[in-house]
Write a protein that binds this ligand. Structure first.
Ligand SMILES: [Zn+2]
Length: 400
C-alpha cells in the first residue's frame, strides 16, 4: 500500500522537475528582452561637482551576467553580478576631471542564450569652478513710478538668482539664451514710499554653490501733478457700466497670464509709441479726483491724434486680452515676456487679432476710441512690469 503511493508521488515530483527544467530551458533560448539597469546619481544633461555618489540598480526578468561602466571611453567599473536584482554603489570624483561635458556609458549583458545586452549613455557636465558674480552697478536710484533695472555678470550659467523687494521675489534672467549677463526688472509703484536700503540678491549655480550680492537702492519721490476738470458724462458712464465686463475680471485675468509669461524677452530693441502721437494729454501718475472713482492716480499715458486712428503693437508680443471692460473699454493686452505687458484702452474696435496669437511690433491692434471711462477720443497706454504700472516713456528712450 505504501509502495503503491510512493511510486505515483515520485512520478509527479519527477514530472514537475522536468517541467521546471523545460521552462527554464525554454526561457534561456527564447528570452529577447534587453536588460534594464538604472543609474541613480547622474542625470542626462545634469551638472556635477566634487564627489558624486552613484548607484546601479537592476530588477530584471532575466539574470544579468555582467555590467560595465565607462567614463569617456575608459572603464570605470566591471562587475560580474550574475543576478536579476542588484544594487552596485560607486562614486565619481569629478575633481579629477576637467570642467565641461563628459559621457558615462552603462553596458549590461544577460546570461541567456542570446546574450541580450543594452548600453545607456549619460552626458553630464562637470563644473568645479567657483561661482563668481558681480552687479554692474552697486548703486541704483530710481523715481517712484519707474522701473528698476538691475544687471549682474556671472562667470557661468546660474540655476537661479532672486531678489526680494516690496514683499515680492523677482528673478534674474539671462539677457539672451547663452548669456551669463543676468537682468531683473523691478517695478516701483508710483505710490511706493521713498526709501533707501541695501537689498540682497541670492544666487545659486547648478552645482549648488551659493553667493549673496548686495546693492544700495534708493527710491526717490516724484512730484506727480494734479489734474483738474476731468469728467465723464453721467449718461455715457451709465451706458459703459452696462456694456463692459467688470474691471476686476481684467485684473484677475492679467494675474493668471503673469504666471505664464515667458522667461525670456519676446521684445527686441526699444518699445515704440503705439500711435502716431499728436500730443500727450495726460502724463503718467497724474492725480485725479472724480465723482465716480474718487481720488486715483492715472497709471498710464493718454495719447491723441485724430479720432479712430490706428493703434499698433509697441513691441513684439503675445495677445493675452482682447475684451470690453467697464473702465478701460475695448482693451488689448500684450505679453512681451519676463512679465512685461502693454495695455491699450478705450479702443473703438479691434483689428483681426486673437488671444494667444504672437504678433510683431507695429501690428495693428484696433482704432483709437472712447469706450469705457473716457471723456473723448484718446489712447490710454500702460506698460506693466509684474502687473505694476510704470512710466512707459522710459521704455521708449532706453533699450532694455
Ligand atoms: Zn488714461
Amino acid at each position: 500500500m505504501i509502495n503503491r503511493l510512493k511510486i505515483p508521488f515520485f512520478c509527479v515530483l519527477s514530472l514537475l522537475f522536468f517541467a521546471w527544467c523545460g521552462a527554464k530551458l525554454f526561457k534561456y533560448f527564447t528570452y529577447h528582452q534587453p536588460p534594464i539597469v538604472t543609474l541613480k546619481g547622474i542625470d542626462d544633461g545634469g551638472f556635477y561637482a566634487r564627489q558624486t555618489p552613484c548607484e546601479l540598480i537592476a530588477n530584471n526578468d532575466y539574470k544579468i551576467s555582467t555590467v560595465n561602466v565607462t567614463l569617456d571611453g575608459t572603464q570605470l567599473l566591471s562587475n560580474k553580478v550574475k543576478a536579476r536584482q542588484f544594487n552596485v554603489p560607486f562614486s565619481i570624483d569629478t575633481t579629477t576631471l576637467p570642467d565641461g561635458q563628459h559621457t558615462l556609458e552603462v553596458y549590461a549583458v544577460d546570461s541567456s542564450y542570446h546574450s541580450n545586452n543594452a548600453t545607456t549613455s549619460y552626458r553630464f557636465i562637470v563644473d568645479n569652478a567657483p561661482l563668481r558674480a558681480t552687479f554692474l552697478d552697486s548703486d541704483y536710484t530710481v523715481d517712484q513710478g519707474k522701473t528698476l533695472h538691475m544687471k549682474l555678470q556671472a562667470n557661468k550659467k546660474l540655476a537661479h538668482a532672486e531678489v526680494k523687494l516690496f514683499a515680492t521675489t523677482y528673478s534674474f534672467y539671462p539677457g539672451s539664451p547663452d548669456s551669463t549677463l543676468y537682468e531683473c526688472f523691478i517695478p516701483v509703484d508710483a505710490e511706493e514710499r521713498p526709501f533707501e536700503q541695501i537689498i540682497t540678491t541670492d544666487i545659486e549655480d547648478p552645482v549648488k554653490n551659493k553667493l549673496s550680492l548686495h546693492a544700495n537702492v534708493q527710491v526717490k519721490a516724484f512730484e506727480f501733478k494734479k489734474q483738474k476738470g476731468f469728467n465723464v458724462n453721467a449718461d455715457k458712464w451709465a451706458q459703459e457700466k452696462e456694456s463692459g465686463i467688470d474691471s476686476k475680471v481684467l485684473k484677475e485675468a492679467m494675474q493668471k497670464w503673469l504666471q505664464e509669461s515667458p522667461k525670456h524677452k519676446l521684445w527686441n530693441g526699444p518699445f515704440e509709441y503705439p500711435i502716431e502721437v499728436q500730443r500727450m494729454t495726460t502724463p503718467f501718475g497724474e492725480i485725479r479726483m472724480t465723482p465716480e472713482r474718487g481720488r486715483y492716480m492715472h497709471k498710464g499715458i493718454d495719447l491723441i491724434n485724430h479720432p479712430k486712428c490706428v493703434t499698433w503693437a509697441a513691441q513684439h508680443g503675445k495677445v493675452i486680452i482682447k475684451d470690453r471692460f467697464v473702465i478701460s473699454g475695448n482693451t488689448v493686452v500684450l505679453d512681451h515676456g519676463l512679465g512685461v505687458f502693454t495695455l491699450y484702452a478705450h479702443l473703438e474696435d479691434f483689428a483681426d487679432i486673437n488671444v494667444g496669437e504672437t504678433i510683431k511690433k507695429g501690428s495693428p491692434l484696433g482704432r483709437v476710441g472712447k469706450t469705457g471711462y473716457a471723456s473723448g477720443y484718446h489712447l490710454h497706454w500702460e506698460l506693466l512690469v509684474n502687473n505694476v504700472s510704470v512710466d512707459p516713456l522710459e521704455w521708449l528712450s532706453k533699450v532694455y
